[in-house]
Write a protein that binds this ligand. Structure first.
Ligand code: GRG
Length: 310
């Protein structure tokens, strides 16, 4: 496959996965209560839908779905697991935008959830999405094998919680409040948790879902770590280089807030160099997959993670 063809196929697949994720989220966030639920409060459901529908690149669902597809596994089950992951991602964005955290007015080119509704609703929207993500992942409709479902739930909790995304957010807040300069080592660690953990889970969940063997899981884990790190350095660089309209959120805010970024720790050129090296590492981790196993599309995802404009 030529590089140009892979890029074109990547865009087609990304947009197909984004549409499928949108439809799955739309169906999951319908007003009909599930067995065991009592009632879904309409205004609150509308706010949960506002926070999760109609925007976003859907890169995490894409990585999960395409990783499972490497092993010939596709369908509604993996799409449900992917939509659940997107719910966790959307919850993190809603909470991250709150006045107590980043205090942002704009997300995905629209008012943030607490601006469109109110703060209490936005906090509860995050809680609702977080909880529902585990419901959807653990539901037998997601995978027939209970050991796979249990493994997905465990990995999701480990990547999203205390020692993963939430822990990374805590380190980020501590770094922001500190007057000491941010070392590259500290920034790399916090970014691997805050942003990298969900991207790593996306890849690992695809492998777990498809019951990939240990060697394949190891290679995919290396890919997941590298693409997660590359994605966040690219984000640090975009915050400096991109304009707000393209970003769909406020630009230049990292420097204003003494954020622990790799641009601050390494300078713009150093951050660019690291970004490009990580993208190469991510692609190299996939070299062990034979031709025809569709690894090219995941390689292209690494390229996208570092060349995107938003
Ligand atoms: C429990 C208070 C509380 C917080 C939850 C807020 C939080 C933990 C974690 C923050 C995680 C976070 C917002 C990391 C930033 C990651 C990042 C670069 C997000 C943007 O991802 P994209 O570009 O966004 O994939 P789209 O809009 O395309 O989905």
């Amino acid at each position: 496959m030529t590089a140009g063809l892979a890029a074109e196929e990547f865009q087609t697949r990304l947009s197909a996965v984004a549409d499928a994720t949108e439809h799955m989220l739309d169906a999951l966030l319908s007003c009909a209560p599930l067995p065991g639920e009592t009632y879904r409060p309409p205004r609150f459901l509308e706010a949960m839908r506002y926070a999760s529908l109609g925007g976003g690149k859907r890169l995490r669902p894409f990585l999960m779905i395409e990783t499972a597809r490497l092993f010939g596994v596709e369908g509604d089950g993996v799409l449900r697991a992917a939509a659940a992951l997107e719910m966790i991602h959307c919850y993190s964005l809603v909470h991250d935008d709150l006045p107590a955290l980043d205090n942002d007015d704009l997300r995905r080119g629209r008012p943030t959830t607490h601006k469109a509704y109110d703060e209490a609703t936005a906090i509860l929207v995050g809680d609702g999405l977080l909880t529902y993500a585990f419901d959807v992942t653990a539901d037998p409709a997601t995978h027939a094998d209970p050991t796979v479902r249990a493994a997905l739930v465990l990995e999701l909790a480990r990547h999203a919680g205390l020692g993963g995304m939430v822990g990374g957010q805590v380190l980020d807040l501590e770094a922001e409040a500190s007057s000491k300069p941010h070392t590259a080592e500290a920034v790399i660690k916090l970014q691997s948790m805050k942003t990298g953990a969900l991207l790593h889970y996306a890849v690992m969940a695809g492998a777990i879902f498809a019951k990939a063997d240990t060697t394949a899981q190891k290679a995919l884990s290396n890919y997941g770590f590298a693409i997660g790190a590359a994605f966040q350095v690219a984000d640090d660089i975009l915050d400096v280089e991109a304009d707000e309209e393209a970003l769909g959120k406020r630009a230049g805010k990292d420097a204003d807030r003494n954020k622990a970024t790799l641009v601050a720790a390494l300078g713009l050129d150093g951050a660019r160099e690291r970004r490009d090296r990580l993208a190469k590492d991510a692609m190299a981790a996939l070299d062990q997959f034979p031709e025809g196993r569709k690894a090219d599309i995941l390689k292209e995802a690494a390229h996208f993670a570092v060349s995107r404009k938003s």
